[in-house]
Design a protein around this ligand. Structure first.
Ligand code: COA
Length: 165
């Protein structure tokens, strides 16, 4: 099983490449480098090998905000997204944070299914939150929230986070 671990500077090129392959409006390299330097990124992949997935988060007061989650296309539906997500939630619990929040494009039904399976609840809709293309097309976001004090969702032991510090 691929390890989930804290991102290090050497992971940056691999994360930038994935980000640019996956998202039409990718984060810039400097923002991803900041996330690594600030210990705001977890990655899935062996040290020294290409990163197969990553999660970016921030801590704002008592809230863990999940900002970016991606898995390489050829590695999807093998539980990596869920493991990254659960590992991020464990980081929040270890820091005694109370809630986890995120926004996701309303049409992203795969990611929404993942968040629901991990115990998140949709709490609102943000009309036009995302810029979809350079022509100015916008898309709605759904806001999701999860109470971190509830602990992991009791479904599959494989779905739990397994972050090595
Ligand atoms: C969303 C994403 C991170 C999921 O990663 P993943 O590694 O494939 O997810 P997992 O294998 O851990 O899936 C766990 C569960 O989530 C749900 N799920 C994940 N992708 C799904 C899809 N495309 N369609 C339906 N359900 C899906 C399923 O319930 C799945 O369990 P199952 O495979 O046993 O049915 C990945 O598809 C991705 O990188 N997408 C592009 C970027 C993106 O949309 N990021 C989220 C932005 S908020």
């Amino acid at each position: 099983m691929l390890p989930v671990r804290w991102a290090v500077a050497a992971d940056l090129p691999s994360v930038v490449a994935l980000e640019e392959q996956i998202f039409p409006d990718p984060w810039c390299e400097a923002a991803l480098a900041d996330a690594i330097a600030g210990r705001n990124m977890l990655v899935a992949g062996k040290s020294g090998s290409p990163v197969r997935g990553y999660l970016v988060f921030s801590c704002v007061g008592p809230h863990l905000h999940l900002e970016n989650l991606a898995v390489a296309r050829s590695w999807r539906r093998r539980g990596l997204g869920r493991r990254l997500l659960e590992s991020g939630l464990e980081v929040g619990r270890a820091a005694a944070l109370v809630t986890a929040t995120l926004e996701v494009q309303a049409s992203n039904f795969g990611a929404r299914a993942l968040y629901t399976a991990a115990g998140f609840t949709a709490t609102g809709r943000l009309p036009g939150y995302y810029r979809v293309n350079a022509a100015g097309l916008r898309a709605d976001a759904i806001v999701y929230q999860r109470d971190l004090r509830l602990g992991p969702t009791p479904d599959s032991s494989q779905a739990q986070g397994d972050l090595k510090s």
